[in-house]
Design a protein around this ligand. Sequence first.
Ligand code: PSU
Ligand code: MN
Length: 308
Amino acid sequence: MIKPISPLLPISYSKEVAAAKLRGAPLVALESTIITHGMPYPGNIEMARSVEAIIRQEGAVPATIAVIHGVLHIGLEPAELEALAKTTGAMKVSRADLAFAIAERRTGATTVAATMIAAARAGIKVFATGGIGGVHRGAEESFDISADLEELARTDVIVVCAGAKAILDIPKTLEVLETRGVPVVTYDSAEFPAFWSRSSGLASPLTLNSPAAIANFQTTREQLGIDGGMLIANPVPEADEIPREEMEIYIERAIDSAERDEIAGKAVTPYLLSTIFDITDGRSLKTNISLVENNARLAAEIAVALAE
Ligand code: PSU
Ligand code: MN
């Protein structure tokens, strides 16, 4: 169920997104935490620009979502995107703090959960990201389960990702998604992918082989009156993947280091990502950019198929 936005909410559409909404063009939402907390500058701005360009090439319109000085932005102008990529003080904003960032006139980058909320309110049905948050390893002790999972259960947006990072407990993440009724569809593979790696060792709950089939599945869910999101897992291109066995070594080291440094709460994911970036000498970043670009392409194809 998509609630409309109050006319009193401070919201701003980029010129391109406003024009696209007027003519009913397909739109693809993009998150901004990946820009401010997921990658270092200038790799982050290069990724953000190239992802937007890919979506345009595929005949859709990109809408990068963020809160800037208390205004919810649906689509960023090039200068706004650049400024956000350079900011070091942006909040990481999820469902719990999206309204806080707006009310307190803060600048905040939206996670998957917060981007889904903004996209749904703005009438955007498809969203491309890198990886979703999930159940962290050791969650039985820490209770660290990303709000992304709950959002997927309740908000009607198709989220295209490269699977779940193996810094998470992937089996538990899939269990929670199943419990909450979120369809998990891997694109063109029987195996659920693990972000930097094409393989997780786990079968995907569902598989579809074309954007049209994904659009048709979503339309059928709507016909049945089933609300909530769905997760499309798109394996990283083979040329850029880091194999699972190799990745496992880096991940173990990053998790050990996070425990030593007593990292908790929303700092965990950014810490692990930047530690892995250091350990792999930047190779993980190259993989990360490649998979986001790959996801943007598929998301645009799905948005175009949904519009047909
Ligand atoms: N995966 C990445 N880079 C990121 C994230 C995930 O490769 O920056 C971000 C996304 O915005 C995701 C968030 O929604 O981390 C999850 O954080 P948490 O586990 O604290 O909910
Ligand atoms: Mn968390």
